[in-house]
Ligand binder design. Structure first.
Ligand SMILES: NC(=O)c1ccc[n+]([C@@H]2O[C@H](COP(=O)([O-])OP(=O)(O)OC[C@H]3O[C@@H](n4cnc5c(N)ncnc54)[C@H](O)[C@@H]3O)[C@@H](O)[C@H]2O)c1
Length: 399
C-alpha cells in the first residue's frame, strides 16, 4: 500500500467495540492505523496497553502493535486528512421511542467535510438506516465529488471480533466502483472472502441478519412461555426436538435477548418499512416482555414485597463485560416496583453496588440467572432457594 500519507487508515469511533478490534486487526497486518475518538479516557487506556473492554485475543495484539508503533490514537478530527482510508465505526442508536437516531451520524459527515477530499476512500462500518450512504453525498459537497464511499457492515459477535474478522466473509459495497474495489482490497488483508453487493443489498443484509437472529430468539422465548403455562419445561421439549433432527437444530434456548444491536436493528427495519414489520414488532414484544413474564410468574407464588431476589449476571450476553441495554436491569426495576429487595452480581462487569455471587446466593430467597456466564456452571445453590434459570446452566440437584 502506498505510504504517501501519515496513516494507512483512520478509524472514526476507533475506540469502540467495533472500531478497536478492527483497528488492531489492520495494525496487526502491518498497516499504520490511527484510532480517532472523542473518548479521552479510553485513548489513554489503550495507549498504556490496556483493553477498555473484554475482547478475546486482543491484548497481545495491542501490546505488539504499540511496540511496533503502528497503532496511534487521536482526539482531533483533522487527523482524517492524513490518510488514504477513513473507516466510520461510531454508534447508530435508536431513541427511547425506538426510532433511528441518524442525526449524529449525518452531523459527523458535516464535520468531516472540512478535512476530507475525493481522493480518499470512506468506508462505513457502522450499521446504518437504509439510504444513509446515499444521503451522505448530499451532505458532502457534490461538486467536490465523486465521493468514494463504501459500505462494509460489521458482522462480528461482540467479544470475539479478533477471531471472527479472520473467519467471516466481508460484505463490500460502494457508491463508486473505485470505492468498492479499494474496500475489497483492504478487507482482503483480514478475511479470505469478500462478497461484492450493491449498497442497498448491504444495507438490508446487515439489518436482515440482526432481525433474523432477534426473531429466532423471540420464537424460543415464546415457546418457553407457552411450555411454562402448560406445566412443561421448554428446555426438555427443545432437547427432544433437536436430538437427531437437523431441521430443528438451530432452535435457540430461551433467555434474555438484549444488547445494543439486535433490538435496535430490528427497529430500524420497522421504521424503514413504514412501521410495518409485524414479525420484528412481535419479536420485540416477546423479548422485551420476558422480564415481565418472569415477575408475573413469581408473583403467583410469592409476595414479592417480602422477598429478596438476586440477579446473577448483568451483562447483555455471556462472558463479556458490556451492560448496554441488558434486560437484567429491566428485571431488577420491575421487581423493585413490586417492593422487592434486589441484589445484583456479575462476573465481568464492575459496579460498586454489585455483590459477589456467593453473597448474593446466601442473601436471596429467589435467584434469577440474568445471563449464563460460564462460571455459573460451577455455582451451587441451596435447595430452599427458588431458582429461575432459563438457560438451564445451574447444576442439576442444586436448585
Ligand atoms: N458491538 C457490536 O458487537 C457490533 C457488531 C456489529 C455492528 N455494530 C455496529 O457498529 C457500530 C458501532 O457500535 P459499537 O458497539 O462499536 O459502539 P461503541 O459505542 O462501542 O463505539 C462507538 C465509538 O464511537 C465513538 N464516537 C461517538 N461519536 C463520535 C464522534 N462524533 N467522533 C469520533 N468518535 C465518536 C465513541 O466514543 C465510541 O468509542 C454501530 O452502528 C453498531 O450497530 C456493533
Amino acid at each position: 500500500m502506498a505510504r504517501k500519507q501519515k496513516f494507512d487508515i483512520v478509524i472514526v469511533g476507533g475506540l469502540g467495540h467495533v472500531g478497536l478490534p478492527l483497528g488492531l486487526s489492520f495494525a496487526n497486518q502491518g498497516l499504520n492505523v490511527c484510532l480517532y475518538d472523542i473518548n479521552k479516557e479510553r485513548a489513554e487506556q489503550v495507549l498504556s496497553g490496556q483493553m477498555p473492554f473484554i475482547e478475546y485475543g486482543a491484548k497481545p495484539i495491542l501490546k505488539k502493535v504499540l511496540r511496533n508503533k503502528n497503532l496511534h490514537t487521536s482526539l482531533d478530527i483533522s487527523v482524517v486528512s492524513q490518510t488514504k482510508y477513513i473507516i466510520i465505526a461510531i454508534g447508530t442508536p435508536i431513541d427511547e421511542y425506538l426510532n433511528p437516531k441518524v442525526r449524529a451520524f449525518l452531523e459527523l459527515f458535516a464535520d468531516l467535510k472540512k478535512f476530507i477530499n475525493n481522493q480518499q476512500i470512506i468506508i462505513i462500518r457502522s450499521t446504518v438506516y437504509p439510504r444513509t450512504c446515499q444521503q451522505l453525498t448530499n451532505i458532502l459537497n457534490k461538486k467536490n465529488g465523486p465521493w468514494h464511499i463504501a459500505y462494509c457492515p460489521e458482522r462480528i459477535v461482540q467479544g470475539y471480533a479478533i477471531k471472527e474478522l479472520k473467519e467471516l466473509p466481508q460484505l463490500v459495497s460502494g457508491l463508486t466502483p473505485l470505492a468498492q474495489a479499494k474496500a475489497a482490497k483492504l478487507f482482503s488483508l483480514l478475511s479470505s472472502k469478500t462478497i461484492k453487493v450493491s449498497i442497498e443489498e448491504a444495507e438490508l443484509a446487515k439489518l436482515f441478519s440482526n432481525a433474523w437472529r432477534y426473531i429466532q430468539f423471540a420464537i424460543a422465548n415464546q415457546f418457553y412461555m407457552v411450555a411454562h403455562d402448560f406445566g412443561v419445561k421448554y428446555d426438555q421439549v427443545r432437547q427432544a426436538m433437536i436430538e437427531g433432527y437437523g431441521r430443528a437444530a438451530t432452535l435457540p434456548s430461551a433467555g434474555f435477548t438484549a444488547g445494543p444491536c439486535l433490538l435496535k436493528d430490528t427497529m430500524q427495519l420497522v421504521s424503514f418499512n413504514r412501521n410495518n414489520f409485524l414479525l420484528g414488532q412481535a419479536a420485540m414484544m416477546i423479548n422485551e416482555g420476558l422480564p415481565n413474564f418472569i415477575v408475573e410468574e413469581l408473583r403467583k407464588k410469592h409476595d414479592l414485597s417480602k422477598k429478596k431476589v438476586g440477579i446473577l449476571g448483568m451483562t447483555f450476553k455471556a462472558d463479556i463485560d458490556d451492560i448496554r441495554d441488558s434486560l437484567s436491569y429491566k428485571l431488577g426495576k420491575i421487581l423493585r416496583f413490586h417492593g422487592t429487595k434486589v441484589f445484583y452480581s456479575d462476573e465481568f462487569a464492575k459496579d460498586p453496588t454489585f455483590i459477589s455471587k456467593e453473597k448474593l446466593i446466601a442473601s436471596s430467597d429467589i435467584v434469577i440467572i440474568g445471563v449464563p456466564h460460564s462460571n455459573y456452571k460451577k455455582v451451587s445453590i441451596p435447595p430452599k432457594v427458588h431458582v429461575i434459570d432459563l438457560w438451564n446452566i445451574i447444576k442439576k440437584g442444586t436448585k
